[in-house]
Design a protein around this ligand. Structure first.
Ligand SMILES: [Zn+2]
Ligand SMILES: [Zn+2]
Length: 69
């Protein structure tokens, strides 16, 4: 699992009003970037992408945002 720099081509910009995961962005722990990618695996290093927030505070905020929408 090593970053080859491909992820930079898919690097996602931080959304101003909604959370990153809500915007469809995924986090690669190996590359340490948020990318805009349709698959479950990182196109760069091949590691499984994180699609949900890890901390509780963010999670509750996500839930709130989903209820609003
Ligand atoms: Zn990478
Ligand atoms: Zn990666």
């Amino acid at each position: 699992m090593v970053c080859k720099g491909i992820c930079l081509r898919h690097k996602a910009i931080k959304p101003s009003n909604i959370g990153r995961y809500l915007a469809g962005q995924k986090r690669c722990q190996v590359c340490q970037v948020f990318i805009k990618w349709g698959g479950f695996w990182c196109p760069c290093c091949g590691y499984r992408l994180r699609t949900r927030p890890r901390n509780k505070k963010y999670k509750s905020r996500l839930k709130l945002e989903q209820e609003i929408q």
